[in-house]
Structure formats: C-alpha cells, structure tokens
Design a protein around this ligand. Structure first.
Ligand code: PNS
Length: 160
C-alpha cells in the first residue's frame, strides 16, 4: 500500500538524472509526489524558478501522479499547506548524511513531519547540479548527466 502524498524538495538548478531517479522511485512508494522547487536559491541560479518548474513539468508530463510546485519559506509550512506529512530526499553518499539528518531532525522538531531517505542509484551518486554546471560551462559534455531537454536548455543559456 502506498502512503498518499510526499513532497520531494530541492533547488533543481538544473534537474539532473539523479533527481529524476529519486522522483521516479518516490512515485513507486507514494500515491502522489509533490516536487517542490525552492524559489530563492542562495547563489544566482542558472534558471529562474519558473524555468525550473517548467522543465520538471515537461520531464514529468507522463507521470500524472507527480505535481511540480514552486515554494518560498519553510519547507514544513509548504508541506502542511499541501496536506503532506512526509518529505523524501535522495542520499548520494555518507557525506550528504550529516546535513540531511540535521535538516530532517529540524523539520521533525518544527512540525512532526518525517523524512524518508532514498539512496541514489550508484550510477548517479557523483552527480550534483553545481558540478554539472561547472563541467558544462567549461565546455564538457553534460549528456548522460541531465535529461536531454535540460542539456539543450543549458547549451542555449550558455550561448546567450
Ligand atoms: O536541492 P537542495 O539545494 O539540496 O535543496 C535544499 C532544500 C530546498 C530542500 C532546503 O534548502 C530547504 O528545505 N529549504 C527551505 C527552507 C527551510 O525549510 N529551511 C529549514 C530546513 S531544516
């Protein structure tokens, strides 16, 4: 039996194949997955929140149980407003764990909302949006690291 609804939050600047893997696997555990795109990322984003939402909606167009929504403020406030009481996060390596555990405990302390961790598939374990941007901006190939459509949009952005 699947739990009704979970939120899968992130910056998604841009969405990588690792993100898509975690979202797809969340869909096999939960009836509905709300992909929550944070509006304000700390560094200047490559893509606006509207562009990140649009990319994810496009990538998940064949998944009617996935919703993509932008959010501001505390994740737990957004989750409560969506009627969600589970957060899903991908874990790439032990190095992710310290900070993710801290956030999970803070979110639970603030709201009672629990976090479920999905281990990233090994082939995606080294992927991060920032590394992908660095590789691509220096002329390296990002194909195989991000979905094809995202790779095209990244190339377009760099050529502007
Ligand atoms: O893709 P990222 O950058 O690892 O995502 C981080 C994100 C958006 C999940 C995290 O920064 C977040 O939840 N931000 C919302 C603000 C918030 O709730 N802060 C308290 C976290 S304990």
């Amino acid at each position: 039996m699947r739990v009704a609804k979970a939120v899968c939050p992130g910056s998604f600047d841009p969405p990588t194949n690792g993100h898509m893997d975690v979202i797809r696997r969340s869909l096999s555990l939960f009836e509905t997955v709300v992909v929550a795109v944070i509006r304000n990322v700390s560094k200047k984003p490559m893509f606006s929140s509207e562009e990140r939402v649009e990319m994810l909606r496009d990538l998940l167009a064949a998944e009617p149980r996935a919703e993509v929504v932008a959010f501001d403020g505390l994740l737990v406030d957004f989750a409560r407003a969506q009627g969600v009481n589970v957060v899903v996060k991908g874990l790439r390596a032990v190095s992710d764990f310290d900070y993710e555990l801290q956030m999970a405990q803070m979110n639970h302390g603030l709201s009672g909302i629990d976090t479920v961790f999905i281990p990233t598939s090994p082939e995606h374990a080294y992927l991060s949006s920032s590394l992908v941007k660095e590789v691509g901006s220096l002329g390296g190939s990002v194909s195989g690291l991000v979905p094809g459509r995202v790779a095209d949009l990244m190339k377009e952005r760099w050529s502007e």
